[in-house]
Design a protein around this ligand. Structure first.
Ligand SMILES: *Cc1c(COP(=O)(O)O)cnc(C)c1O
Length: 424
């Protein structure tokens, strides 16, 4: 696609966009009476208009039936979870039975560690990315201590090379190979929250298995963003939150993938609760845990249909839009952004910004290291209702998403920066 850096071209791109009407299915926050240009779908996705209706329906069922709403009515709460599985299975490349929607991301990581991190003598090491999201780091540290091990001796972080921002795949696989006799688990992010780097999960999973280790992925920034094939990549497990690209709402219920080969494996440890008990006999309340023969066997507590409702609203929009169509638009919207970023650098004598995010291995997010007027640019974007975020020392992150961002949104971002830079 040959882009041209003028406004009419962005209007044309929007006119030609087969998904443009999907923006109307979301509530776009306002700034001075006009729609914001909202670029933080990587942090909290926007509210589908149907979220309120779906939540209201659950509240109505509560009014009508009380606790019996679990069993009565057109849509008993006992089966509400089923509404989420097909759409999530397409988005993550899993079998519906390999997914369970429960708890939140950090909690689920701990639960998956119970099942998949089984330190055994000297085979107790964990490989992860340096500068993982803080919650993941705290999870590793405390979980390792819980096994009586020293985090400094147990957790191996792979970092970018000196002077580089992204982590090379060859360095990840080399670390796995070098530690193959002591490696228990590789737990890696799908996309790094800071740099926006997308990792080759298939290659990481293969290397981990070759070394005799288990492998899991934190997909907080990948789920609903990039194509995933968790089942075919042979991941042992994965966890993600549903409030970022998946628009499930603040504190949305999280999800986990557990490969089907483990569903009936009694050798696996797990922390159980009554909601993971086999469904047909759960309410006999008998002694001795009998898990559901799917990923649902990892559920612990009564789920909230209120929280499921807002996620369901969003997942139905993903279904209607179609995952392939969303990927096509994501690529084009992203290419438009990168084209305009290159323009900004071309128009000035000195480089204005550096993309930390790699040009190829990425999703929606771009992280920009601002080399000129960084804070001034960020403040001006915010004052104009163009919502991005700032990370010290000098980084602006933004993530145009295919469901509710337009090509013109990206154009406004570009012209705002361009105008600041040409100001004397
Ligand atoms: C957003 C994010 C989290 C947040 O965890 P919660 O338990 O949902 O609060 C954790 N890990 C990563 C990598 C994230 O991007």
């Amino acid at each position: 696609m040959n882009f041209e850096a003028h406004r009419d071209f962005s209007v044309k791109l929007d006119n030609d966009d087969p998904l443009r009407s999907f923006r109307d299915q979301f509530i776009i926050p306002h700034h001075n009476g006009k729609d914001q240009v909202y670029f933080l779908g990587n942090s909290l996705g926007l509210q589908p208009k149907t979220a309120r209706t779906y939540i209201d329906t659950v509240l109505g069922q509560w009014s009508d039936y009380g606790v019996e709403a679990f069993f009565l009515g057109d849509d008993p709460w006992l089966n509400y979870h089923d509404h989420l599985l097909n759409p999530l299975s397409k988005i993550t490349g899993s079998l519906p039975t390999e997914i369970t929607v429960m708890n939140q991301l950090t909690v689920n990581l701990h639960l998956m560690m119970v099942s998949f991190y089984r330190p055994d003598g000297k085979r107790n090491k964990i490989i992860c990315e340096a500068k993982a999201f803080p919650s993941d780091q705290y999870m590793f540290e405390t979980h390792v201590r819980h096994h009586g091990l020293d985090p400094d001796q147990t957790i191996i972080e792979v970092k970018p090379r000196e002077g580089e921002q992204i982590i090379r795949l060859e360095d990840i696989t080399a670390a796995i190979e070098a530690n193959k006799d002591e490696l228990a688990l590789v737990l890696w992010g799908g996309i790094n929250y800071y740099t926006g780097q997308l990792f080759d999960m298939q290659a990481i999973a293969a290397a981990a298995h070759k070394a005799g280790a288990k492998v899991g992925f934190d997909l907080a920034h990948a789920a609903g963003n990039v194509p995933l094939q968790l089942h075919n990549w042979d991941a042992d497990f994965a966890c993600w939150c549903n409030y970022k690209y998946l628009n499930g709402g603040p504190g949305a219920v999280g999800a986990a993938f557990i490969h089907e080969r483990y569903h009936k494996d009694p050798s696996l440890n797990r922390f159980a609760g009554w909601w993971g008990y086999e469904k047909n006999t759960r309410f006999k309340m008998e002694k001795g845990f009998v898990p559901s023969a799917t990923a649902e066997g990892w559920q612990l507590s009564t789920p909230s249909p209120i929280l499921y409702a807002s996620l369901r609203a969003s997942l139905e929009i993903f279904e209607t839009a179609g995952w392939e169509n969303l990927q096509d638009k994501k690529e084009k919207l992203n290419a438009w952004l990168w084209f305009l970023l290159d323009e900004l650098n071309r128009q000035q004598n000195a480089q204005v910004l550096e993309c930390i995010t790699p040009r190829q291995e990425k999703g929606c997010q771009v992280s920009l290291l601002m080399l000129q007027k960084g804070r001034e640019i960020f403040n001006e974007l915010t004052a104009k209702g163009i919502i991005t975020d700032w990370r010290e020392p000098n980084v602006i992150r933004l993530a145009p998403v295919p469901l509710y961002n337009s090509y013109e949104d990206v154009w406004h971002f570009y012209t705002t920066i361009r105008d600041i830079l040409i100001k004397p």
